[in-house]
Design a binder for this molecule. Structure first.
Ligand SMILES: [Zn+2]
Length: 573
């Protein structure tokens, strides 16, 4: 059975009875009731993450089944008979512990199958405890299944796994299944207190809470951390000792960081990273703590489920108050982004860079903007450079206001730098073969240069390359866009852009009306496919009308969305 390095405290305090098992009452009580009622299955499956009491419970169960204090299995093993003491010491002849990771061959399981026929030497049951059972090979599982199908009366299998999805359904269906939970903060603290009660070292409540928090619901981790601290401290374990030993970041620093992020203060945020790095703390732990902090805030904001947090009342109140200062979208985004960040950690440097770039990104207004806010901004801009007078013909050095705002507000596709510095780069060579893949880049670049022209172009579909000309076509529905692209000022914008962006295109041609190919079109409407069942809630006619608004069209294009509903502003708004 795999063990953490020898743990004095854990050994000393390993639960000897069901009541001593921490935080799994839902399981221990069921097991006790089953034993009491004489309903003892032949196969148990214990599922749950590592270090939360699966093997411990398996040993207590083994004792309960084989305890000789009474005439039969007992819900409360005595802990003193030969069988109880032998099981506790790990040398009972009839309780066989097998590590699935190192005994996973079909030969190993065949041996179990042969041994299982032999009656137990000095007990009621012959008990096989198979840890990490998911690691058995598939042929070993098959062999095991045969035994489970017709187990001898005296045989009991207790299997434990951290990855139940890797255990074949045929095995699971033959087992009584028990799902172990991560242990709550309060239960862990109670356990730590109990362990310490018999030691000469004491601990402050703050320190115990920090240990419990760091062990993330794992009993074995909590015990192992406590063990380190008992060795580290002379008399009293204090909060700062826990912080030192575990390389944790102080809560105050976490709060400072949360405030810097909220205030979009990049300087302050980066200084905190510097501070954390300089003090030799573990950055990945810091990020995980921050992630936990935001996750708690998010839960606080969205539910009343205090049990999900395992925090004392005063912490809860403070968290609740903090969560009010964040919008829900912001919190969700923070959690998602920090979660994403923790996936990529491999080196300290990579961590730092990833963290810093994330901090900058989330401190920018643009990323936080909701779609509503973007739409509002676009509508406000309607009076300016977009829906009003056409842009100056050669606005190649200065982008229109609308485009600039959009470029900032929306995550545009990366665009070649040549849009800003014409003739400095040879540009892309666009052919009939790769036209589709460059189409978005071209329309985006043009939208950045001149939103109105870009939007109009976005409603066209590319139909091919003819010499140095890009051929585009419109459907009837997009007649206004077609007309706007026939104008001289539009021509100037597009031609200039094509020349700077591409190596081979100088201009464009608008071809006669034709139906778009569905894959290429970004302006396809239900009218184009009258036979298709509409998934839109909105009449195609209304959607088309809405699309004639360049702001709407742009949003649809950038988000690759579709119009599913139309709401009109109240009169006077
Ligand atoms: Zn006993």
């Amino acid at each position: 059975m795999p063990e953490e390095p020898y743990l004095v405290l854990a050994r000393k305090w390993r639960p000897q009875a069901f009541d001593d098992v921490i935080g799994q009452v839902h399981i221990t009580r069921t097991l006790q009731n089953a034993i009491e009622a004489g309903r003892i299955g032949h196969a148990f499956l214990f599922i749950g993450s590592r270090g939360i009491g699966k093997t411990t419970t398996a040993r207590v169960l083994a004792k309960a089944l084989n305890c000789t204090a009474g005439d039969s299995a007992t819900p409360n093993p005595c802990g003193e008979c030969d069988n109880c003491t032998a099981i506790a010491a790990g040398n009972s002849m009839d309780v066989i512990e097998i590590d699935g990771a190192s005994n996973n061959s079909v030969e190993d399981v065949r041996q179990i199958r042969e041994n299982v026929r032999l009656v137990p030497s000095q007990s009621r049951y012959k008990i096989y405890v198979i840890d990490e059972v998911h690691q058995l090979s598939s042929s070993a599982f098959n062999a095991l299944l045969k035994t489970l199908e017709e187990p001898p009366e005296h045989a009991i299998f207790i299997m434990a796994t951290t990855e139940s999805h890797k255990v074949p359904a045929t095995i699971i269906s033959r087992c009584q299944r028990y799902d172990f939970r991560r242990v709550s903060l309060d239960d862990l603290i109670a356990l730590l207190k109990r362990v310490l009660a018999n030691e000469t070292v004491t601990a402050t409540d703050e320190a115990l809470r920090a240990i419990a928090r760091a062990s993330d619901g794992g009993v074995r981790d909590a015990e192992s951390i406590l063990e380190q601290l008992v060795t580290y401290c002379d008399k009293t374990i204090e909060f700062k000792d826990v912080v030192d030993v575990l390389g944790l970041v102080d809560w105050a620093v976490l709060n400072e960081m949360a405030e810097a992020i909220l205030a979009q203060d990049v300087g302050a945020a980066l200084h905190i990273v510097e501070q954390v790095t300089a003090s030799g703390k573990d950055l990945s732990q810091f990020v995980q703590d921050l992630l936990g902090h935001y996750r708690n805030m998010l839960i606080c904001k969205t539910t009343d489920a205090k049990d999900l947090l395992g925090l004392p009342e005063e912490d809860l109140a403070a968290l609740k108050q903090q969560s009010e200062t964040y919008s829900l979208t912001k919190l969700i985004r923070l959690v998602e982004q920090f979660a994403e960040l923790t996936k990529d950690f491999d080196s300290q440097l990579a961590q730092r860079i990833a963290l810093e770039s994330l901090l900058i990104r989330i401190s920018k207004v643009s990323v936080e903007m909701s779609i509503d806010a973007i739409l509002e901004k676009l509508v406000q801009l309607g009076a300016g450079g977009i829906a009003g007078a056409p842009d100056p013909p050669s606005s190649t050095t200065q982008r229109s206001v609308g485009a600039a705002v959009l470029a900032e507000a929306l995550p545009m596709e990366p665009i070649s730098e040549s849009t800003d510095t014409p003739n400095s780069k040879p540009g892309i060579t666009v052919s009939n073969d790769n036209l589709r893949e460059h189409w978005l880049t071209i329309t985006h670049a043009i939208a950045q240069e001149n939103l109105k022209v870009g939007v109009a172009l976005g409603r066209a579909h590319p139909s091919g390359i003819d010499g140095d000309a890009l051929c585009i076509a419109f459907t009837d529905a997009n007649k206004p866009s077609r007309e706007s692209l026939e104008r001289v000022d539009s021509r100037s914008v597009i031609d200039t852009l094509l020349q700077s962006l591409t190596a081979n295109l100088r201009t464009y041609k608008i071809e006669g009306n034709r139906e778009p190919s569905p894959a290429n079109s970004m302006s396809e409407t239900d009218n184009d496919n009258p036979g298709k069942t509409s998934r839109h809630h909105v009449a195609a006619k209304d959607a088309e009308e809405a699309m004639t608004d360049p702001h709407v069209a742009k949003v649809v294009e950038v988000f690759r969305g579709e119009i599913v509903d139309i709401k009109h502003p109240p009169p006077g708004a």
